[in-house]
Design a protein around this ligand. Sequence first.
Ligand code: THU
Length: 160
Amino acid sequence: MIEKQFTTSYQVYDNLDEMEEADIQLMQKACEARKNAYAPYSRFMVGAAILMENGEVVTGSNQENAAYPSGLCAERNAIYQAGSLYPNQKIEAIAITVKSERKKVIVPAAPCGACRQAIAEYEIKQEHPIKIMFMAEIGKVIKVNALLDILPLAFDGSYL
Ligand code: THU
């Protein structure tokens, strides 16, 4: 038996203003997208903005459904839209922001496991890391350099 370890480094910014201009702009697009969230059940709104290598930005928001599992997260709405619109363009970065109507969220909310899995598919396909940054409505921003940094031992097509 051998014991193995994962190590992940990530950056924590005190607020958005500390980030590079390109990251600030992408997060602002995510904040805009969050306004289009349809979240009458959870009252938890999420916006995502994806920067493509050609400079285009693709956005998405969470869209809920009375049959709860039929709804979809912001990140997956955005990434499938990016894959549909620009199948041959690499994805550079994703900015994610959340806001709740029920409580003040200030802790950055990381993308859920299903969204990480969806984003991982594209990162592996394009053989180029996708930067992920996420924050609440205000407050700290967390940035990771690659999706696989936050999805160790990921399942991928090589198993099939
Ligand atoms: N949600 C997202 O949009 N992204 C995530 O990564 C986690 C959760 C949405 C789904 C649902 O509409 C609401 O947030 C509450 O779970």
